[in-house]
Write a protein that binds this ligand. Structure first.
Ligand SMILES: [Zn+2]
Length: 286
C-alpha cells in the first residue's frame, strides 16, 4: 500500500519523471487474434450437452471437451463466481491468472484468452461473449470479471479476523475438486489456484492502490461465454460474498446459485485447431 504522507521530498525533476509515457509490458500484437466470427458461427445449431447448478456458498465441477462452449449464467439474483480451470486429466496444467492479467489486462471480456501456467502457457479458453461488456470502467476505476483478486480463503480470513469460516471460495473449490477426483481434500488443495472472478466488480483505489469491490452489476440472464481450446475440467464457486457489495467470508450476504451450461457445436469453428503446449525448449541455459 502506498503511503499518502511521504517521508521524502520530491526531486526537482519529479514532474518530468512522472511524465514519462508508459509502454505496454506485453503487446499482444504478435498473437493471432481469435477469429470471433468463426467461433460465433459455430454456435449455429449447437446442442446443450450438460448443465450444472452451483448452489450458493458452494462449488461444483464440470467438464468441457475441446471445441465445445460453456456459459456461466446468472439465474436467481446478483452473484459472483470464482472460476478455476485445469487441463482435463492433468491438474498440473491450470489457469494462470497472473500471466493472463499481464497479457490482457486487469479485467477480461470478449476476445480475451485464459492462459495456462508454465511450462504449458497456452490458451485454455477464449471468451466469446460477455453480456456485461457495456460496463467498461466506472468512475472509481472498477470493472467486471477480474484477474486481480485471488479467491476468498479461510487462511486470510483467519489472519484478519481470527475466526474459522469453511465456505470461502478456496474451500468450496477444494471440496468440489476432492469430490471430482475422489481424493482427500488435503491432496487436491494445492491444485486450487487464483481465479477468474466472474461477474465481480473490482478495481484498485486511486490513492492507496488497494483492492476494492463493489456491488456487481450482474442481473439474472447475464452470462459469460467461453470456448474450450483444450479439454477442460472446471470448478465454479458461488462466492459467499453474493454480489460482493459488502463482505465475503461470512454467511451475511444474500447469495444465489449460478448455472454452468455446456454446448457442443455441430462442427468446430472453421480453421480452429486445439493449441499445443508452449514450444519453448525448456533448456533454461544449461
Ligand atoms: Zn469468494
Amino acid at each position: 500500500m502506498k503511503l499518502t504522507k511521504f517521508e521524502h521530498a520530491e526531486p526537482q525533476d519529479a514532474a518530468a519523471r512522472r511524465g514519462v509515457r508508459p509502454v505496454i509490458c506485453y503487446p499482444v500484437d504478435s498473437l493471432a487474434p481469435p477469429d470471433l466470427a468463426a467461433y460465433r458461427a459455430a454456435r449455429q445449431g449447437w446442442r446443450k450437452v450438460s448443465e450444472v447448478v452451483v448452489p450458493p456458498r458452494d462449488a461444483r465441477t464440470f467438464e468441457v471437451p475441446a471445441g465445445c462452449f460453456f456459459r456461466i449464467v446468472s439465474i436467481d439474483g446478483p452473484q459472483v463466481g470464482d472460476l478455476n480451470l485445469w487441463a482435463a486429466g492433468d491438474l498440473n496444467e491450470r489457469f494462470f491468472s497472473g500471466k493472463t492479467r499481464a497479457l490482457h489486462g486487469t479485467h477480461l471480456s470478449t476476445g480475451d484468452r485464459l492462459w495456462s501456467c508454465l511450462p504449458y502457457l497456452r490458451p485454455m479458453a477464449t471468451i466469446t461473449e460477455d453480456t456485461l461488456d457495456w460496463y467498461g470502467f466506472d468512475e472509481f476505476g472498477g470493472s467486471v470479471h477480474d484477474v486481480i483478486g485471488t479467491r476468498c480463503d479461510p487462511y486470510t480470513h483467519k489472519l484478519l479476523s481470527g475466526g474459522e469460516y469453511h465456505h470461502c471460495c478456496h474451500s468450496n473449490l477444494t471440496r468440489a475438486l476432492a469430490g471430482h477426483a475422489q481424493r482427500p481434500a488435503a491432496e487436491v488443495e494445492p491444485a486450487v489456484h487464483d481465479v477468474l472472478n466472474v461477474f465481480m466488480c473490482t478495481g484498485f483505489t486511486r490513492d492507496t492502490g488497494q483492492y476494492f469491490m463493489k456491488a456487481s452489476p450482474v442481473r439474472p440472464g447475464d452470462f459469460l461465454e467461453f470456448f474450450a481450446e483444450i479439454d477442460l475440467l472446471g470448478a465454479l464457486s458461488a462466492c459467499p460474498g453474493g454480489d460482493c457489495s459488502a463482505e465475503h467470508s461470512s454467511d451475511t450476504a444474500a447469495c444465489y446459485p449460478l448455472l454452468v451450461e455446456v454446448y457442443e457445436p455441430v462442427a468446430p469453428p472453421k480453421g480452429w485447431t486445439s493449441p499445443p503446449r508452449n514450444s519453448y525448449s525448456r533448456d533454461h541455459g544449461f
